[in-house]
Design a protein around this ligand. Sequence first.
Ligand code: MG
Length: 226
Amino acid sequence: MARAAEDEDAVVGRREGRGAVVRRCVPRRGSISAAMAAGLALMAGLPKLLVFDLDACLWTPEMYELHSSPSAYDESRGGVAAGHDTVRLFPGAAEVLQLLLNDPRYATVQVAVASSTTEPKWAHHCLDVLLVDPERGETIADIVAHRQIYPGSKGSQHFPRLREATGVEYAQMVFWDDCSYSDNCEDVARKCPGALCVRTPEGLTRELFEAGLAAFARGEKGVLST
Ligand SMILES: [Mg+2]
């Protein structure tokens, strides 16, 4: 399919290194064309790429804390069962991800994850099965087009690879990370000049999401002071 035609129908996400392709259908996110959605994003001053950390940012607990491998989404638990543990989205993260699914302004904005978990297979699995909106059935994988999940420096490895995979410059990226163990925001801000980074010490919230976008629209770079 030609790229132009493809853009009219879908935003294509590639699960890097795994061969599978995810499609996010623009019409389901507002019944408007991709061109119109791109115009709305431009008018709203949105970045081209939104990047989220996973552990303690989008979901809890962290992968290394699980006593068993994650299995299936369990509606009664509201998350992915992993033995006696359950991986759940933070309420704010669920709200943000639903916004990305439903608000046509975000239909052409690319979404990526950057995680340095020591359990990448489990993180990939949770992305594939953790429902964003149980009533509609979409998983996080339906939103995320690019995955960088492996131990390492996000500033030296994850973000340069995201730039290469997407063609998006750092100045068009906003990143949210809890920074619990190391200051990934500072690392990315220092090594990837132009990127804007937002710390989410209690997990992603709608307020911190909006604060990042507002700061981006003002032209701020580096680590956002919150
Ligand atoms: Mg984290």
